[in-house]
Design a protein around this ligand. Structure first.
Ligand SMILES: [Ca+2]
Ligand SMILES: [Ca+2]
Length: 223
């Protein structure tokens, strides 16, 4: 049975013996269930004529609840500041950094695409519209600085968007270490849950004591 509150503030539930107002039952159920983000709702409707030997009939009604685009994409930070080693010109564009946003809506309302809307006047950078990976094949000298504004837009109607700044400081590549680099553990095993938020720490890998600055890179693929 559907249970809801009618426009006069009375709590309704079960059978509503109100001739000509059956449409109100569906409206109220929809309003109540949509608040709880159900994708579907089912109503059991009873109609009777109220006579001395009342006749009645019942009906199941299923209503789909469509998601409203009421959330804009959200970046974990408004400003991302990274320091990366200087690099030479590459033959093809190679990844630099990635900032991702999340959207709490469903379907197209959370289907995000990314673009660079400021800081790329000379066309040095590219961004993958789906993965948000920023890449370039240009050379970047130590001491130079780039500030990009990255926009994430959903695919809802009306469309919602937000922006974040990516500050990149290009620094001198350190001289190679004269001592062997050894991780503290030969193997790391991290566990996450499906409810973990974007940008939460998954785990930490560390090197045995080393006096020189080092760079970490992920070289494998996600299985
Ligand atoms: Ca929504
Ligand atoms: Ca959205």
């Amino acid at each position: 049975m559907c249970s809801s509150q009618n426009p006069r503030g009375h709590t309704g539930g079960g059978t509503h013996g109100i001739p000509y107002h059956n449409y109100a039952l569906f409206m109220l159920c929809l309003e109540t269930y949509a608040r709880f983000c159900h994708e579907y709702l089912q109503c059991f409707v009873l109609v009777s004529d109220g006579g001395p030997s009342p006749k009645s009939s019942t009906l199941w009604v299923m209503v789909s609840v469509f998601d409203e685009n009421d959330n804009r994409p959200t970046f974990h930070e408004k400003i991302y500041q990274v320091r990366l080693p200087e690099r030479e010109r590459r033959k093809k564009a190679e990844p630099i950094y990635r900032v991702v946003a999340y959207d709490q809506d469903d379907g197209p309302n959370s289907d995000l695409s990314y673009s660079i809307v400021d800081g790329n006047e000379d066309g040095k950078f590219f961004i993958d519209p789906k993965t948000a990976v920023v890449s370039s094949r240009k050379a970047f000298a130590a001491g130079s600085y780039d500030i990009l504004t990255i926009k994430a837009s959903d695919n809802g109607r009306p469309q919602k968007s937000s922006t974040a700044r990516l500050h990149i400081e290009w620094i001198q590549r350190p001289t190679p270490s004269s001592v062997p680099l050894v991780f503290d553990e030969p193997f790391y095993n991290f566990t996450i849950t499906e409810n973990d938020k974007v940008a939460e720490i998954v785990g930490v890998v560390s090197l045995q004591k080393n006096p020189f600055p080092v760079w970490f890179d992920i070289t494998g693929k996600v299985l």
